[in-house]
Design a protein around this ligand. Structure first.
Ligand code: NI
Length: 171
């Protein structure tokens, strides 16, 4: 397995719309495994292929407290959304150190293919519901900061550009 480089906002590649995975083969399984390793190393709860500059519909997540329940979702589709909405503070591995409140459906049902290509349905609530909606946004080129005001987004963009520049200088 290998750790992958995570694109950082405002990298324009984060706005790429992902295409469907054509076949769940060894390449896709290796990508899923590498994404899980990258997500765990970065202490994230979810990661979309978009964030590692692969523009195919694949996400990985683990919202368990024990960090030992990896979930791979290939070509995920939301089949049901609760009417109830919930506001939760979110973060993103592509926007490190930034956390802010986003309103999403409190629970959703998602149908996807798993790592072995089998179809499964997941009923997500709580953190898992937040995570799967956040990651599926990435697949359509949307980063959570786009739910915030233009003023906040501009501040975050400036902060991230400076952070990246400082890190490159110190490297
Ligand atoms: Ni994210």
């Amino acid at each position: 397995m290998a750790r992958l480089t995570i694109l950082r906002y405002p990298d324009p590649r984060l706005h790429t719309v992902a295409r469907s995975v054509a076949a769940v083969d060894d390449r896709i399984r290796r990508l899923a495994d590498d994404m899980l390793e990258t997500m765990y190393a970065a202490e994230g709860v979810g990661l979309a292929a978009t964030q590692v500059d692969v523009h195919e519909r694949l996400i990985v997540m683990d919202t368990s407290d024990t960090r030992d329940h990896p979930i791979v979702l290939i070509n995920p589709e939301i089949t049901w959304r609760s009417d109830e909405m919930k506001v939760v503070e979110e973060g993103c591995l592509s926007v490190p150190t930034i956390y802010d409140k986003v309103e999403r459906h409190a629970s959703v049902k998602v149908q996807a293919l798993g790592r072995d290509g089998e179809t499964f349905e997941m009923h997500a609530e709580g953190l898992a519901a937040v995570c799967v909606q956040h990651e599926m946004d990435h697949l359509r080129g949307k980063v959570f900061v786009e739910y915030l005001s233009a003023l906040k987004r501009d501040r975050i963009r400036t902060k991230m550009i400076k952070k990246t520049r400082d890190e490159q200088r110190d490297a």
